[in-house]
Design a protein around this ligand. Structure first.
Ligand SMILES: [Zn+2]
Length: 228
């Protein structure tokens, strides 16, 4: 692993922390962690502190998929969540980035044990046509919590993240910026759907229409930029 390669992905993580902080989606504690798979390897970088305000290029560790620390350092609170990120890369070969926070509106669904329903078009367009599932509670750092994540994403299509019961949100994507985008959409969906409960509650988009929305989006994407 070249140092330049590691630095490139550490920079992505550091930038992602700034991006998330700037987006206003975080809870007051600024708690969160971000990881990035090194492409073409079974290794990933993970923030070694639990506060997104404190992330720098120097406090990011390198791990293998068996959760062994290969380079850098990790603080105890972050060591607890290494397997939470590792399981994503084990289960989803296409995943290149993962983000965990306690974004408060999505976490409200997690605390209530309620999945986010597919009632808001942007979540469908972002590859979450079935909404966002919620797991039951597993203590942070336990094998049980990792098993629950594995069960939630195993063999599932149309999933970009999940709600960790009584805990928070975990999103993933093809790379770190993509995982950040998924995280923001999940929090935005939660905000919109929570507001809709004051107006009679969310109405699910029919399944066929969700798929139609994705096909239309792909059709326009295939055409690419149009110029007069
Ligand atoms: Zn957490």
């Amino acid at each position: 692993m070249s140092d330049a390669k590691l630095s490139e992905y550490k920079k992505q993580i550091s930038d992602a922390a700034d991006n998330i902080m700037g987006s206003g989606i975080l809870g007051k504690s600024s708690h969160g962690n971000i990881s990035a798979r090194i492409p073409g390897t079974d290794t990933f970088l993970l923030t070694s502190v639990s506060n997104l305000k404190q992330i720098t290029m120097d406090n990011i560790g390198l791990f293998d998929l068996d959760n062994n620390l290969l380079d850098g350092s990790v603080m105890p609170a972050s060591a607890e969540i290494i397997p939470m990120h590792g399981i994503v890369y084990k289960m989803r070969p296409e995943a290149g980035g993962a983000v965990h926070t306690h974004a408060p509106r999505a976490t409200a669904f997690a605390v209530a044990g309620v999945p986010i329903p597919p009632s808001y078009e942007p979540m469908v367009r972002f590859g979450m046509a079935n909404g966002v599932p919620v797991t039951t509670y597993g203590p942070r750092g336990s094998q049980e919590s990792v098993d629950l994540i594995e069960q939630a994403i195993d063999g599932k299509e149309q999933i970009r993240g999940l709600l960790l019961g009584n805990h928070g949100v975990l999103s993933f994507g093809k790379d770190v910026p993509d995982a950040v985008d998924a995280h923001k959409i999940i929090e935005e969906c939660a905000e919109v759907i929570l507001a809709s409960y004051a107006l009679g509650g969310p109405k699910e988009i029919p399944a066929a229409q969700r798929l139609a929305a994705q096909v239309i989006m792909q059709t326009f994407a295939a055409v690419g930029e149009q110029k007069a």
